[in-house]
Write a protein that binds this ligand. Structure first.
Ligand code: CU
Length: 567
């Protein structure tokens, strides 16, 4: 079998020089299925698996491994050896994915591992550290077993391969999606361990012809427990000058920017650990323009991406968010939005055009600090990758096609022009389990206004919300807690109408949105207003909405919705 560990570890030598690089190091044992490159390694795209003749057929096993530092890594391995490959399909293609659960409980002795009971994975609902399933984040495919159902679907460790089989809708927006496990109570551990991968619906150049022929790069940013939790913060200057710390459209960036982060980050599995954040190396050719397709696959970390040359943030040309091209409302003028930093909550994606720095000029891809609120995690300034320009740079693994046909116009009216049939209000809130003890555990709630806050109950038979297919509704999502939350709903995209009281009426759709925190001083709780689209027949069924900070989701910040068939 192809040795995935070697493939990952020896793509090149570290060029940053802050930490010992991979050159001359000893490859890790092939027995580590989830081996990761050392800090400072040269970035390359995840391996890709592309559909052929309208079908992408693959086998993935999900594995875990206790690393030398004590952390538990998780990964997907394709039968051909690729780790957590990017799945590339076209609208209308069939996905046939056989998932084999090879997870082990690293805390259990081998003798304790009982043979799995013969349970039907479609009705199991057994949520444990070693059970798993898949969520295809952002796709509008039905919430039914073997497609995108996560409330009941659970594959036991050692069970026979479980088949996911569904067709990508012909009208799925072309862009960046992702896959990850969604086992209630255990999602955080699996995703922080690295169980995630990118999924691309081809054809973004059909929405935006300016992208035709452009080289493209897939960057999956994950978080993980700190590799050096006891280290003192670095005394060196922050990678982002203080003058750049201001407010943006998605998060108030007035955090201090310093101190120990809640989690370490990695970029395409190359760790960028606290406290010195040795960046991965990213090579570009001088004068190159590339499309960077970035997934925030973090469990709890907010990103605020910027590309900095000599203390100056560069303009990044955003062309899609959450898999949806910016001109999806039909107005070609919206095709590119130039920004010098991009806020990205956990679960969200952004695709943007980057111009290479002039040769010899030091440049960094960074994430700037995000003020997540008094109750939130510390997400300080830190580097992710050092951009090195060289005429000999290897170009990215692939380019977008240069031939393209325009996307057909949507058969449905633009969501912003559809009147909602009703308005609902939901709110995020938190409570200490023992209000007298600030160190007691926190309960996390996502509640329909008027109901009593309760953590998500997997055994509940009735959904929290019932809607009818064909309807469009407005949902106001309020945040009554002192930290940010990221609202996400399965099966559909929504239109962001207002953010924190200001109308935005974006020309594209999202599936994940940051909800500003309550600072204790305003008369009203902060909120977002979303136009929810239940018109697609593939939304019929029962599925979930939740906070995409996975500790919050696992802690109960989730609810269920049932979409009834149209009358
Ligand atoms: Cu949350």
């Amino acid at each position: 079998m192809f040795d995935a560990a070697r493939r990952w570890l020896w793509v090149g030598c570290a060029v940053w020089g802050v930490v010992p690089g991979p050159c001359g190091a000893t490859p890790r044992a092939a027995s580590d299925p989830c081996a990761r490159p050392p800090a400072g390694s040269l970035l390359s795209d995840p391996a890709e698996l592309r559909s052929r003749d309208g079908v992408l057929s693959l086998e993935l096993s999900v594995r875990n491994h206790r690393e030398a530092d004590g952390s538990i890594r998780y990964c997907y391995l394709a039968a051909t050896g690729e780790q957590s490959p990017t799945l590339r399909m076209r609208p209308g293609d069939l996905l046939v994915l056989k998932l084999k659960n090879e997870l082990a409980d690293p805390g259990a002795s081998a003798a304790a591992g009982a043979a799995p009971a013969a349970q039907d994975p479609c009705t199991s609902a057994s949520m444990s550290l070693t059970s798993t399933n898949l969520h295809f984040h952002g796709l509008t495919v039905p919430p039914i077993c073997h497609a995108d159902e996560v409330l009941k679907t659970s594959i036991a460790a050692g069970a026979p391969p479980f088949e996911y089989r569904f067709r990508i809708p012909a009208h799925e927006p072309p862009g960046l999606y992702w896959y990850h496990p969604h086992i209630h109570g255990f999602t955080t551990a699996q995703v922080l361990g690295g169980a995630s991968g990118a999924l691309i619906i081809e054809g973004i150049e059909r929405a935006n012809p300016a992208l035709a022929g452009m080289a493209q790069r897939v960057l999956v940013i994950r978080d993980q427990n700190l590799l050096h939790p006891d280290a003192a913060p670095s005394k060196s200057e922050p990678v982002v000058p203080k003058m750049l710390i201001d407010r943006d459209g998605d998060a108030a960036n007035n955090g201090s920017g310093f101190g120990k982060p809640a989690k370490d980050l990695s970029i395409n599995y190359i760790p960028v650990p606290y406290p010195d954040y040795p960046p991965a190396a990213l090579e570009m050719r001088p004068g190159a323009r590339e499309l960077w397709r970035v997934v925030n696959a973090c469990g709890i970390t907010y990103l605020n991406l910027a590309v900095i040359f000599q203390h100056s943030a560069q303009k990044l040309g955003i062309v899609a968010i959450d898999g949806v091209p910016l001109n999806t409302n039909g107005n070609a003028d919206n095709a590119v939005e130039w920004r010098d930093h991009i806020g990205l909550p956990p679960g969200a994606r952004v695709e943007f055009i980057v111009a290479a720095p002039p040769q010899g000029l030091p440049a960094l891809l960074v994430t700037r600090t995000v003020d997540t609120g008094q109750g939130g995690e510390n997400d300080p300034n830190r580097a992710l990758a050092a951009i090195v320009t060289s005429p000999d740079a290897r170009p990215p693994a692939s380019s977008l096609p240069s031939e393209h046909e325009p996307l057909p116009p949507s058969s449905l009216p633009w969501l912003g022009n559809v009147a909602p049939v009703r308005v609902r209000k939901l709110y995020f809130s938190e409570k200490l389990t023992n209000p007298a003890d600030p160190n007691s555990a926190t309960d996390f709630y996502l509640t329909v206004d008027g109901e009593t806050p309760k953590p998500f109950d997997p055994a509940a038979q009735e959904p929290n919300i019932v809607v009818r297919q064909g309807d469009v509704e407005d949902w106001i999502i309020e945040n009554r807690s002192t930290e940010l939350h990221a609202f996400h709903i399965h099966q559909l995209h929504f239109l962001l109408l207002d953010w924190s009281g200001a109308p935005v009426n974006e020309p594209f759709l999202r599936d994940t949105v940051n909800v500003p925190y309550f600072n204790g001083r305003t008369l009203q709780y902060p909120s977002v207003r979303l136009r929810m689209d239940f018109r697609d027949p593939d939304t019929v069924g029962t599925f979930v909405y939740h906070c995409h900070l996975l500790e919050h989701e696992d802690g109960g910040m989730m609810g269920t919705i049932r979409v009834l068939p149209a009358t």
